[in-house]
Design a protein around this ligand. Structure first.
Ligand code: 5GP
Ligand code: ZN
Length: 137
């Protein structure tokens, strides 16, 4: 996708307004307009890339620092007791905006949000799959 058509590039460039909560040289953070909880914030590298696989590793320290700063501030401002950091890659995982971004979602005890539906493995399946993943790196 051309960066001129990318909604988050347009937000980073100031062409589209956002409810900004944090900015530095590498990162912009703003409220998600469809929040899973009030205070749900998107942390976005300013430089366009589509997903985590395309993200240059040298940009990771600045990003992690921003996630910590924003996550802590969101938690304090909303009175939450915790927060998720989520990041969707490719449509099958729910990615709808193809400019890399992390979701910070504040959580409180008893808020009723349910994200973790856990399954089980069959006999031997876990070791086989672990080996299959490992041999691809
Ligand atoms: P994804 O599903 O790609 O991980 O998340 C995209 C997120 O971006 C969604 O949660 C959606 O609500 C949010 N979003 C999409 N367009 C805009 C926008 O123009 N402004 C803001 N603030 N959030 C947006
Ligand atoms: Zn972009």
């Amino acid at each position: 996708m051309a960066e001129s058509e990318c909604i988050f590039c347009r937000i980073v460039n100031g062409e589209i307004p956002c409810a900004k909560v944090y900015e530095d040289d590498a990162v912009l953070a703003f409220l998600d307009l469809g929040p899973m909880a009030k205070g749900h914030t998107l942390v976005v590298p300013k430089r366009h890339c589509e997903n985590l696989l395309a993200f240059p590793e040298e940009e990771a320290p600045a990003l992690i620092a921003a996630l910590k700063k924003v996550g802590n501030a969101v938690m304090q401002a909303t009175g939450a007791g915790g927060f998720h950091v989520l990041q969707n890659n490719f449509p099958a995982a729910g990615q709808t905006v193809f400019h890399l971004h992390w979701h910070i979602i504040p959580r409180s005890e008893g808020d009723g949000m349910s994200l973790w539906a856990q399954g089980t493995y069959g006999e031997g399946e876990m070791a086989e799959l672990a080996a299959s993943i490992a041999e691809r790196m």
